[in-house]
Write a protein that binds this ligand. Structure first.
Ligand code: ITT
Length: 198
């Protein structure tokens, strides 16, 4: 049984593939099943957007699809950028311009607690929906560190590691990340429901 990864984000594709592979589950990209869908994220919650993405890709491919909707929530910003993390500061910004915008906004802030959150939704052609969530706690650094990962990783200090998310190896990131936690919880649910035999 294979799952189509309902995302256009290359960083997510490689992380999701690795995390699922560690549980003997095959994740394939949309491109690998001949799809080039960009689903409009009109929801106001991670759950709504993940469901929109998974349902669209499942319907178009005829295969079970797994979507991740995720984001960074900063306490001092009242949980922003949250659901709007990918367009924070403007749609056209690069990852480094986007985290620079965040750092500028937080320039004089001492309270820097934050978390990454991920909602995973899997929809199957038979209509079944499985969802799971994961979080990773930390704080926003004053300057970027490291070159791994994607998005806000260089400015996120992972609690208990002394390292930014971008200073962790891919394996280390998957072990502590919001996406790793959500996908592992999802696989446990899948196994409990007898939906997937290794
Ligand atoms: P898809 O919708 O195609 O999956 P996306 O990048 O638009 O790709 P989201 O709508 O879920 O995905 O937006 C999540 C944003 O939150 C993402 O673009 C990053 O800016 C940020 N983000 C999420 N997970 C992250 C991670 O592990 N490391 C760094 N930033 C992350």
């Amino acid at each position: 049984m294979k799952f189509v990864l309902a995302t256009a984000n290359k960083g997510k594709i490689s992380e999701m593939r690795e995390i699922l592979a560690a549980r003997s589950i095959e994740g394939v990209s949309q491109a690998e099943v001949g799809l080039a869908l960009e689903v409009e994220e009109i929801g106001t919650t991670f759950m709504e957007n993940a469901l929109l993405k998974a349902q669209a890709v499942c319907a178009a491919s005829g295969l079970p699809a797994i979507a991740d909707d995720s984001g960074l929530m900063v306490d001092a910003l009242g949980g922003e950028p949250g659901v709007y993390s990918s367009s924070f500061g403007g749609e056209a910004l690069s990852d480094s311009e986007r985290y620079a915008y965040l750092l500028k906004k937080m320039e004089n802030m001492e309270q820097r607690d934050a978390k990454f959150v991920s909602t995973i939704v899997c929809t199957s052609p038979d209509g079944e929906i499985i969802s799971a969530e994961g979080e990773c706690h930390g704080e926003i650094l004053h300057a970027p560190r490291g070159s791994g990962g994607f998005g806000y990783d260089p400015v996120f200090l992972v609690k208990g590691t002394g390292k930014s998310m971008a200073e962790l190896s891919p394996e280390e990131k998957n072990a502590v990340s919001h996406r790793g936690a959500a996908l592992r919880a999802f696989v446990s649910l899948l196994e409990k429901r007898g939906k997937y035999d290794k």
